[in-house]
Design a protein around this ligand. Sequence first.
Ligand SMILES: Nc1ncnc2c1ncn2[C@@H]1O[C@H](COP(=O)(O)OP(=O)(O)OP(=O)(O)O)[C@@H](O)[C@H]1O
Ligand SMILES: [Mg+2]
Length: 262
Amino acid sequence: MTAPLTDNAVLKLLNVESAYGPIKAIRGVSLQVRRGEIATVLGSNGAGKTTILKTISGIIDPRKGTVEFKGENITAQDPAHIVQQGLMHVPEGREVFPLLSVRDNLLMGAYTRNDRDGVARDMELVFSYFPILRERAAQDAGLLSGGQQQMLAISRALMADPDLILLDEPSLGLSPKLTKEIFEIVVRINRERGTTILLVEQNANMALNASDYGYVLENGRIVMEDTCARLREKEDIKEFYLGMKEAGVRADRRWKKKKNWR
Ligand SMILES: Nc1ncnc2c1ncn2[C@@H]1O[C@H](COP(=O)(O)OP(=O)(O)OP(=O)(O)O)[C@@H](O)[C@H]1O
Ligand SMILES: [Mg+2]
């Protein structure tokens, strides 16, 4: 990678390895996310996507390697401290506070801020992105549908006015239509607010269309990276992630055997 791009990086991972006891979940992962872009990590079940995000946000301490955020080494720092530096993680399965109202969930996202006017403005902003949240503002978050909870989880992260949002599979459990709507708003947030986003997804189609730059993760290793425009044109990606060929047993076998990504 060339130096000017590196200088523009908000997030950099260098040779990161994380494990659960004896199970190495990610091995030697290096990646970067440039300011103002949406980057994506694609990978199937168990590839290590969630582990990458948990390692970045300090939930898991890596065995090796470093994580840099805005030029600071944040490797294995306390998660609360990482949040304070402007990095918000929207976890897999959203994890809203079910017994708090929608409005209070949003305010929880803003707990590190003391600019009350700014917080009020951002509350209006997230309501403009997701009008249903305004309608349900006084209702317990646990009563929202799965898709509405995803909207709330993304909005709660926005309420911190972050420099970087980590998004873990926003499409999980949502209908294609709702997935599309949520992705459109994620792109709008990125374009309108300039929020940098690292998105991990199994839904390669949505992720590659929404993102600028992509990494392909397989068995804990990055096996390919490129601009999403170029990734979309690669035969391996079309075949295995975009389902543009019959995904029968033979395809499965080839998938497992395949080592050399083009
Ligand atoms: N708490 C845990 N304890 C032990 N092993 C774990 C734990 N969490 C994840 N793993 C293992 O680590 C590997 C990577 O898991 P991870 O959750 O990062 O995958 P993922 O790419 O997010 O998958 P998915 O698309 O299913 O969410 C898997 O082999 C998984 O079984
Ligand atoms: Mg996951």
